[in-house]
Each structure stands twice: as C-alpha cells, then as structure tokens.
Design a protein around this ligand. Sequence first.
Ligand code: UD1
Length: 417
Amino acid sequence: MDKIIIDGKSNLIGSIDIPGSKNAALPILVSSLLSKKNLKIHNIPEVQDIKSMIQLLKSFGVSVIKKENEVILNAKNLKNNIADYDLVRKMRASILVLGPLLARFKKATISLPGGCAIGTRPIDIHLDSLSQLGVKFKIENGFVKGVVEKELVGSKIILPFPSVGATENLIMTACLSKGTTIIKNSAKEPEIIDLAKSLIAMGAKISGSGTNTIIIKGVQNLKEANHKIMFDRITAGTFIIAAVMTKSKFKIQNVNSKYLKSLIQVLSKMKAKLKIQKNSIIVVPTSKINGININTAPYPGFPTDLQAQMMALMCLAKGNSKISEKIFENRFLHVAELNRLGANIKVVKDTALIEGNVRFRGAQVMASDLRASVSLVLAALCAEGKTVINRVYHLDRGYEKIEKTLGNCGPTITRKK
Ligand code: UD1
C-alpha cells in the first residue's frame, strides 16, 4: 500500500488552480444513465472516486470516452441493472445509481454501499423517498432490490434530514417520473445546483435547486448536452487552510467565494487574512490565529468535509477551540493520529476539544478516511521533521495526485509504493 512522506516546516509558494468538484461530478456522471443521448462533461477531476464511478457505469453498459478532463457518456445500450459488491463497496456515492437504474429498467439491484469509515451512514432516506415515487424495496443478502410496480409517479416528499445523496437520487429519478415531484427540506449544497444545471441542459424541468424546496416536472426523454463541473470547494478550502497554517502568501484560483462563505467567516473570526477576488482568494500570512468554537452543519453551515482540516489549524491557534460534528457520527478518526503528531485533542460525545499553541512533530501515522487523511498532510507540513502517512488510497479518492499538486506549490512530498 502506498505511503507519502512529507518534510515539515514547509511553505506554500505561488498559486494553485482548483480542479472540478468530485462531489458534483459523481451525480452528474450518474445522470448519464437517464438519457439515450450523449452527455459531455468538462472539468472532471482526476481522482480515484471518479475512476470507480466510471467503472461502475461501464458495468451497466454505458459507453465512456475519456480524454484528460473531459468525458463523453452514452447510455443508449444499457445491458445490466445489478451493481456488484466489488464496485460499490469502495464508494458510498454508488447508491446514486439506484434511482436512475429504476427509471430506465423498472428494477435494480445494488450492493449496500461502502465508502469512508465514518459512522453507520444508512440509506433509509434514499429508500423511503424513492418508495414515494412508486418503488418497492427489499434488502436481501447485502443487496437492495428495487422494483417499480406500475410506473414512477411524482409526489410531494418531505425529507426527514436534508441528505445530499438522497436529494440527488430523487431529483434524477423525478426527471423521468410522471407528473410533478416536490422535494421539501431538500439539501441546498452547491453541488445540487450543479447537478440541476446539468440536468436542465439535458432538457429536465427543475426549479428551486439551492433552496429547501425543489420542484421537478417529469419528462419522457432527455437530450444531448454539455456541462462544465463547478470547482471543488472542499479542495479549495483545504488549500486555504493549508496556507493559513503554513503562514504562506498563496493564491487559490478558479473559485467562487460565494460557495466558501462559512469557511471565510470562520477564518476571519480567527483573524486570518484573506483577500477575496472575483475568481480567486489570496491568503496573506498572519502571526497569530485565534481559537474558535464551531459546529458542522448542512450547507450553508460549516462543511463536515472541512472539519478535520480545520481541527489541524485549531491546534496551532492561540487559545483553545471546539468543534461539534453534527452531520456524521464517528467522524473523529483523525483525532488519534493528530495526537500522534503532538496535538492534544479530546473527544466528548460529538465534540472535539482542541488545545491550541501546539507544535507538531513528524511521526508515522495512518490515513483513516478521505478528509481525515488530508488533515494529517496539513499537520505534517507544519511539523518538525518528516511525517510518513500510511494507507494513502483514502487521499487518492478525493485529491488529485496530492504529491504533485502540493509538491508544485513548494513542499517536499514523495510517494513510496
Ligand atoms: C455527501 C458528500 C460527502 C459529505 C456529505 C455531507 C458526496 C459524494 N459526498 O455525502 O462528502 O460529507 O454529503 O455534506 O457528495 N443519512 C441517513 N440516511 C440516508 C442518507 C443519509 O441517515 O439515507 C445520514 C448520514 O448517515 C449522515 C447524514 O445523513 O449522517 C448526511 O448524509 P448525506 O447528506 O446523505 O451525505 P452523502 O450524500 O452520503
């Protein structure tokens, strides 16, 4: 298994162009299943989760032509509606194929999904809400089996929690359902807006994305379309936090600060200096960063996907901090590893208590989930000595060749097989 070695006491120099969003690209790739016409997607990030999703789509018979950051998908000749354990276990987002396969085949069988080891991550909201469009489900031998008894018919659905994935699954399925679907308490994440934009380009009739009520009027067929994936706001946030931690003057390019508001507000309260420009953010070094107390929350709140990175920054702040994790249970796997690097963090229920003024020291650590892994990279950049991060495959799921992208910005970071 690959490991990466990072030299500490590093600075970031220059700028980085933020790639397309993994979490927007995944459902948009899946949406190709809804149409018999070509879907051309630009700005696809080069990360493992995207490769896994393309492999899954190919297993259903989707033709995929990929050239650098562009991909053309065509689902005219689908041959299979069963998603196997081996493909699904790697990534929870595989559950997104459930609704679109049901829309095309009227039945689908999906292995229960895997993904990061962060809590139980059930799929009840996906199943309950798709049931309200006319699907009957049963769970057998680790598989979810869905059958559309008559036809998919639009309905008014109130989500018990604004689940990102369930909102995406429902929007896609509702596009090919008869009549109107109204999703109440829908997720408002920018990636949902991006999915809706792409579906609208395909001829879908969707309004209200980005709000808590989304209305979809079903259509019979979708048409050929082109879409450019939005920037990855989590990768952007990760590099902003990295620059603040390493006290670097650094420019984060190809971003829209509108979608980074909660992070910018928190960092400003901590006294970080950021210059917000039209398509970029410049981090300006400051000598002291203050501690702060925050909660993660659905968008527009502070993203759970930046919680681990923010925790690494809090270790360096003046004074103590607290983070309460309100989205996922058990999303503190990085705490023990940050403590190995010299942090002093305690977890009480859903809250991490973080002592400030820490000096990180290089050590051997283990990557446990995607965002946890990158928090170790950030701590390692500031540590005295070398840090070895084992099990890098978690990092590869969401960050484009981290040793190259980060290495190009100054730090010495190498990968060993
Ligand atoms: C998406 C993101 C992930 C991010 C998360 C929250 C993708 C590919 N992944 O994940 O990076 O951390 O949003 O912003 O876009 N839940 C249930 N039942 C369900 C569905 C969800 O109980 O049927 C719970 C989950 O266990 C979790 C919470 O709801 O505690 C949020 O999950 P959800 O919003 O669905 O996240 P994902 O779509 O899996």
